[in-house]
Ligand binder design. Structure first.
Ligand SMILES: *Cc1c(COP(=O)(O)O)cnc(C)c1O
Length: 408
């Protein structure tokens, strides 16, 4: 981790600001606990035994390093740049989320916390957190909107099997945003013995920085692997962006490599109307949501708007503050892919490569496929395959049924 540890301090500033974004917009009672967390985290990073334990568990429990896989048939079919998949779908529990849950649970243990809370939308972060809690024998409570619980029944079952208590949230729209509010309420009440594991590069400082750091192993590995395989850096990196953790995880180790272009892909949903998508850079405005200042999809009165994506993991009204900053700096470009094109990319990866990616990851793959065609065979794209698609088969079947109906 050492070279990246140095960069840890470069962004954000001590108040957690990435340029005008980020910060710590929380109720008074949370200011001190967040500062404690910040200090504990800074100390942990200086402790070789903490880093060694993290590294060992990433290897033995998560299954790292994940491969950097050359998608040969996809590359040949498109006839342009070489496409490599960073295989985060091969992480234990099926997505990159466990890199962060593991790091944070180690930190919680170090801080003497005995109880872990989390919130989850699609259930992937809940499953990853329930998994690491089981491994350490920690109490785990996961908040989840009741609508999401119905949509993601399989993951609810997995979490309960792993010993977590899943609490259904009935407030508001009964989805992720409401689950986050409940988790915050719990944290305020039980701050003494409880750590709150946020699942993406979101929330108040130090979460966006900390989650990024724990996910940055993705890019460190990919950088080493591409140098080994190709003897040079890639021309372009691509990743889907929900809160932004798998994307910043891939990008971070390359930010200083000027020749490496980067694109973050948001959920274009069904179209560009407010409520039809989750592309915060395509209609979002500066606002504050759940502790951080960033681009937020909201109406003219500042009410958080509904969002839509075929992939639950990209379906959120705010984007991580560091991405807002990277966009302003022009270091990363952001774009959007609509539902149908993501579903098509999932089909292409499955048929051509024998890899059934998550619907979230398929947004990135769809963009990589577009890019590859415009590039030359001596160029290289690395796309983050952030998770596997097993969790999505029900959603896919429903999608296909709706298509068939519309055509009939
Ligand atoms: C949760 C999730 C995402 C979106 O979250 P980020 O924090 O933006 O990475 C993307 N892919 C998969 C497979 C997920 O589970």
């Amino acid at each position: 981790m050492s070279d990246v540890v140095e960069n840890f301090q470069s962004q954000p500033d001590t108040g957690g600001h990435f340029g005008p974004y980020g910060g710590m917009f929380v109720p008074e009672v949370l200011v001190h606990p967040l500062q404690e967390l910040q200090e504990a985290y800074a100390e942990a990073l200086k402790d070789p035994s903490f880093l060694a334990e993290l590294e060992e568990l990433l290897r033995e429990f998560v299954g790292r390093p994940t491969p950097l896989y050359f998608a040969k048939r996809m590359t040949e079919q498109l006839g342009g740049a070489k496409i490599y998949f960073k295989r985060e779908d091969l992480c234990h529990t099926g997505a990159h989320k466990i890199n962060n849950s593991l790091g944070q649970v180690l930190l919680a243990k170090r801080m003497g916390k005995t109880r872990i809370i989390a919130e989850t939308g699609a259930g992937q972060h809940g499953v990853a957190t329930a998994t690491v809690c089981a491994m350490f024998g920690l109490e785990c409570v996961v908040y989840m909107g009741e609508v999401d619980m119905e949509r993601q029944a399989l993951n609810v079952y997995r979490m309960r099997r792993l010993g977590a208590e899943v609490v259904g949230v009935t407030a508001g729209q009964k989805t992720l945003k409401d689950a986050i509010s409940e988790a915050m309420r719990d944290w305020v009440t039980n701050i003494r013995d409880t750590h709150y594991i946020i699942g993406s590069a979101l929330g108040a400082h130090p979460y966006p920085m900390m989650v990024r750091d724990f996910q940055s192993v993705i890019g460190r590995e990919a950088r080493e692997q591409i140098l080994e395989k190709e003897g040079r850096l890639p021309d372009h990196l691509v990743a889907c962006v929900g809160g932004g953790s798998n994307a910043i995880g891939l990008f971070y180790a390359f930010l200083n490599d000027e020749g490496v272009l980067m694109t973050g892909v948001e959920a274009g949903g069904l179209g560009s109307g407010l409520g039809e998508h989750a592309a915060r850079f395509n209609g979002g405005k500066l606002g504050i949501l759940q502790g951080t200042k960033t681009y937020v999809l909201q109406d003219d009165e500042g009410q958080i708007s509904l969002t839509h994506s075929v992939s639950a993991g990209l379906d959120y009204a705010a984007i991580g503050p560091e991405h807002a900053w990277l966009k302003d700096l022009g270091r990363v470009e952001y774009t959007a892919i609509e539902d149908q094109e993501a579903v098509d990319a999932l089909g292409a990866a499955s048929r051509l490569e024998g890899i059934l990616p998550a619907l979230e990851s398929s947004h990135g793959i769809a963009w990589a496929m577009r890019l590859a065609k415009e590039m030359t065979p001596d160029q290289i794209i690395v796309v983050n395959c952030s998770g596997r698609g097993d969790k999505d088969v029900q959603e896919l079947a429903a999608w296909e049924a709706r298509q068939a109906e519309a055509q009939a």
